[in-house]
Write a protein that binds this ligand. Sequence first.
Ligand SMILES: [Zn+2]
Ligand SMILES: [Zn+2]
Length: 132
Amino acid sequence: MATLRDPWTILGLAPGTPWDAVRTRYVQLIRQHHPDRYADNPDEQRRQEELTKDIIWAYHELEKRQLKFSARPRPAARPSPPAWTPTRMTCARHGRWAVIFCTVCGEPLCTRCDSALTGFCPRHRSQRRGVH
Ligand SMILES: [Zn+2]
Ligand SMILES: [Zn+2]
């Protein structure tokens, strides 16, 4: 596909929108297009599924850029992690559609795994609590 994949366009935001606003917009869009909402209509569900994938891709693309931007200098010993690709779209715990992925391990998380959409799996959420 030769379509221009601009994450800002997909999310309907102006380039450079602050990260908090990106996040809010993402959660809004995911709720709006979540395939679970179209369970009665398989055609529409498939369409929404594709849309959701794009939205998730766009969000993670911007997240990567944002992380790069705010990353503290690290010893260069560790190679950068492989590029994240949405291969699995359902969570391991409930088999439900993922709405967000763990920022640390990339695990797909449904609204039950991460009801507050923190972007961390239960494992990494508890670790993070100590940090802040
Ligand atoms: Zn995790
Ligand atoms: Zn789940």
